[in-house]
Design a protein around this ligand. Structure first.
Ligand SMILES: Nc1ncnc2c1ncn2[C@@H]1O[C@H](COP(=O)(O)OP(=O)(O)OP(=O)(O)O)[C@@H](O)[C@H]1O
Length: 288
């Protein structure tokens, strides 16, 4: 459990985060438009950058300028682009990282490395070099090296970005499994992944919190604001230009277009909101 109270971060004259208060637990999805401050917030939680004001409690302990986290290795942070030791087999790379973390007994290291490789489903790839692995596998190595330190909080910055569909599904299942015993924070632009994984969601925009709550509560924000048009191909351009189009599906004759609108849409049918609609409602409603 992480409690963030009135956290603010400035870089030069820019307010990157302003009075952010969040209660993070379970598998927590952090979403928001580009530049919302998600990465900055995650880096503060991982003690990779400082905050200017505010208070962070992790499992009841106050974090003072990052000291608590570093001393206890409580947090594991996986950045967007993870890569270590490109030309070394992954088993050796992990062994080396375990040694740097203070595990000096070779036999114990072998057991621990074997355990984390198994946990992230990389058995059979131990002797491959990092550059020989796919993007998804590299991310799994990134998680494996975090698990060596047994952190109780894992932070992933856009973990599913750039993965193909199969790898994304595998990766999502792994994150869900890891979340059974740990607090996990995930940022993503892929709302579908957030929907699949998260038990709680925070929406940030321009450094401010616009929403915090359950996926159902976020979805409810869009109730009464999602409309479906059935249109011909020649109407599609104007529709995309003038309306907030959420989704376009090609049908036998023409298209079904989902539109987000808080006003009544003449000629369209009011339909059930999805999570992405709730997100759009939060972002549209907040001044941020
Ligand atoms: N070192 C820096 N110097 C100046 N501005 C910065 C610095 N780091 C971040 N920013 C600014 O802070 C804001 C928030 O950036 P951040 O990377 O935290 O957003 P984000 O929500 O993770 O964005 P994205 O979804 O695009 O990854 C952006 O406007 C960015 O330009």
């Amino acid at each position: 459990m992480i409690r963030i109270e009135n956290l603010s971060k400035r870089i030069k004259k820019y307010h990157i985060l302003s009075e952010v208060s969040l209660d993070i637990e379970g598998i927590y999805g952090l979403i928001g438009p580009n530049g919302a401050g998600k990465t900055t917030l995650m880096k503060i939680l991982a003690s990779l950058t400082s905050m200017n004001a505010g208070n962070i409690q992790m499992d009841g302990n106050n974090m003072v300028k990052g000291k608590y986290v570093k001393q206890n290795m409580l947090v594991g942070y996986l950045p967007q682009d993870f890569m270590v030791y490109p030309n070394i087999p992954l088993e050796e790379a992990l062994d080396h990282i375990a040694m740097l973390q203070g595990l000096m007994n070779k036999h114990e290291r072998k057991i621990k490395v074997g355990q984390v490789i198994k946990e992230v489903n990389l058995q059979g790839h131990e002797h491959k070099k990092m550059i020989e692995l796919s993007g998804g596998m590299r991310k799994r190595v990134g998680i494996a090296q975090l698990l060596l330190g047994n952190p109780s909080i894992l932070i992933f910055d856009e973990p599913t970005a750039g993965l193909d569909i199969e790898e994304r599904i595998r990766f999502r299942n792994l994150l869900r499994h890891l979340g059974e015993e740990r607090t996990i924070i995930i940022s993503s632009h892929i709302v579908e992944d957030i929907e699949f994984l998260s038990t709680k969601i925070g929406v940030l925009k321009n450094g401010r919190v616009l929403f915090e709550g359950s996926p159902a509560e976020l979805k409810a924000l869009a109730k009464g604001s999602v409309w479906e048009y059935r249109i011909r191909m020649e109407e599609l351009d104007d529709m995309v230009r003038y309306k907030k189009v959420v989704q376009v599906t090609e049908e036998n004759e023409g298209f079904t277009v989902r539109v987000f609108s808080q006003e009544k849409e003449e000629g369209a049918e009011l339909v059930k909101a999805k999570l992405v609609d709730g997100y759009l409602a939060a972002v549209a409603g907040g001044s941020g």
